[in-house]
Design a protein around this ligand. Sequence first.
Ligand code: NAD
Length: 480
Amino acid sequence: MVKDFATIDPATEEKLADIAQGGVEDIDRAVIAARQAFERGSWSSMTPSQRQRILYRLGDLILENADELAWLESLDNGKPVSVARVADIPLTADLFHYMAGWVRTLEGSVVPVSDIAVPGAEFHAYTLREPIGVVGLITPWNYPLLIAAGWQMAACLAAGNTVVLKPSEVTPLSILRFGELALEAGIPEGVINIVPGAGSDAGARLSSHPDVDKIGFTGSTRTGRGILKAIADSNLKKVTLELGGKSPDIIMDDADLEVAIPGAAEGIFFNHGQCCCAGSRLYVQEKIFDRVVAGISDYAKTIRLGSGQDADTQMGPLVSKNQENTVLGYIQSGLDEGAEITTGGHKVGDKGFFVEPTVFVNTNSQMKMVREEIFGPVLSIERFSGLEDLVQKANNTEFGLGSGIWTTDLSNAHKVAKAIRAGTVFINCYNVFDAAMPFGGYKQSGWGRNRGKEAFEAYTETKAVYVRLDGIHHTSFACG
Ligand code: NAD
């Protein structure tokens, strides 16, 4: 019997749709379909020009259906339609257009080799770049389409792999519509398999499946750790992990505050703080501290909360009741540990998962709300004196995903960019994403990179081929 789960509108708490819930057997069937498609070569053996055109066409179809996809994203996730329309959807399409370009570069090289291992021998040696095989993707709810389709699937498909995707059970709608567009673009059946279902069930089976060759995971550090264990205990499949963050944003006293204050505010409040690289710890130089706290608190007060489908809304609800409880719990923990709120701190209304944009001062690095990822619209602001003090504070975290600095001093900007232990540094900007730039984490924010050349290469294997040219002789071998 088919089991269903409901997906909820987080603004009204009403059911949007019943979704068929895939479990262990469905994952097994999807892996068989992906394996057969891979072995048939219906995708990997297509000519590069055909694969490129199909991926490019898929990017076009995403743009042609942008209004519908943005609407689905807003209904399911809560984000404003306007944000999904200018950010999530065009960025997803761009990743398909960009990765389509990489299809033609799946090439090896001819390598000059020596005769140290086999004295006197002559070789023609070359490398081949090949797809890895069947890739399992497991993705979160904060950018449901962008992360599942854009960040993960585009690179994976460009390299010729086949896919089983387990999207977040909280936001399955846009990626299911994407599946239809993929078929319309000409991706052969069996190449993309989407199985909505629970993490503990479908997700766990995918990560421990013996016939999956790689996992591309985006989600929390805690789940990432569990996935690594499943991989270690099964077939040692390859893995890319994009995990959590607690990113420092920095305002130096020489910054242009007209730009830095709204910029740092958006660095945390964009997407309701539900960004993996959200600038959730703000460090402000002493001289301008009070002015920045007042400016950011005023900015937060003006943010209009409402349903993502209202044209006036600037911030929608959090994605789920769970997320609302988590965020309110962190706010309470900040208060319990002696931090002070300058604005926000409360749930709004009695329907929907709305939480006020919240700013804390009097925080320190020992507090739970400063150490742990909240993944909501909550900012802590601390002061720093000089660069040394700043770098120590900014790097005092187990994460290393994003970071930002606002300054007009070029030398400080580059010094800090070099000293911060994080995968991305934004200078006089925040939350800028481009298909060609790698994205990923230092420390416990992940392994590997999404987007850019790094992502494409991470979905390939390199094979080394030696051809002996001087006839067959019996010789000794130096083995690795
Ligand atoms: P999550 O870890 O709870 O879930 C992510 C996915 O993992 C979901 O599809 C879930 O069903 C699945 N899952 C859960 N338990 C599993 C298990 N035992 N085995 C296999 N799969 C399992 O994360 P979330 O709440 O959906 O998303 C928020 C988190 O994602 C935050 O920590 C955020 O920082 C992170 N994130 C990171 C990036 C990045 O690029 N680094 C981007 C977006 C989100």
